[in-house]
Write a protein that binds this ligand. Sequence first.
Ligand code: AMP
Ligand code: MG
Length: 339
Amino acid sequence: METLLLNAKNTADIETAANILKNGGLCAIPTETVYGLAANAFNAKACSNIFKAKGRPGDNPLIVHICDMDMLCDIVAEVPEKAKLLAEKFWPGPLTIIMKKSEKIPDVVSANLSTVAVRFPAHPAARKIIEAAKLPLAAPSANLSGSPSPTSFEHCVHDLAGRVEGIIDGGICEVGVESTIISFAGEKPVLLRPGYVTLEQLREAIGEVEVSHAVLEKLEEGEKVLSPGMKYKHYAPKAQVTLIKASSKDYIKFVNEHAAKGVFALCFDEEAEKLCVSTVCYGSEFSDEQQAEHIFEALRKIDESKAEKVYAHSPKITGVGLAVYNRLIRAAGFDVIEL
Ligand code: AMP
Ligand code: MG
């Protein structure tokens, strides 16, 4: 298939992207978190093509993107009070809310669950495309299943050229990790995936929020999960990654003691010059927001390098750091050394 390469700066290209979507096609679009691979959320055939293009397992549901609150009533059966509070506070923005789904949402979107994930993105291009299409858009991350989420146009072209009708360039994604996901499927709100909207902010807004144990821990074989995405070994680089929990000083000492051919350090900016192995940096030790912005780009760089063994310095697990840690521990296949 020929893939149209578009640019969000051109109004005509926004229209073209919207037309692709209205006609049942797929288009990768920028959002503030990561690029999404979008289709008309009401079109089951189009949404099933998302799974084909990405090689995504059919039991991993999609997030539906809206551009105003009126769109919600066609998507969800009801909006719980606390979900309303969160929407008022964090939408438009990088928060996905899971609620009971309406009949209009095809089963392929929700992977046969009775709930649907909804997000109102803040990115101007994403909003313009949804407005122009006049449709809610189902959109998971626009990467091939199993590779890091795409945070640039180039990443999308690398993964999806020839597999989708269009890819629209909206520059670099500022947040860099996928949205925070909170579920209202059960009695208590549960954090299913940490992101830029932090657990601390959610608790401040609505009080008690449980944390799904899949956020920090490995799932047992065959364990039933609230968020199917959590059970897949996402973001796994070709090299073997070990996450090192240590102070900067101890991390540097450990890595230098283990220096060998093919050994890489996935480290903070401040550490690179003190390490005697090849390094890929993912932001300053002192900015969890910077770490989130750069982590997927860094993982792609590792894949393009000659790395065989990677020692990644663990971020802190507070604030946005929890989101970075959640992605890195999966990249490491839960292999952690605590010094
Ligand atoms: P992606 O945008 O590629 O990160 O994929 C969407 C994420 O949202 C996956 O991790 C899904 O498991 C999660 N998700 C989507 N819909 C639901 C739902 N109804 N219940 C729980 N998790 C969901
Ligand atoms: Mg994804």
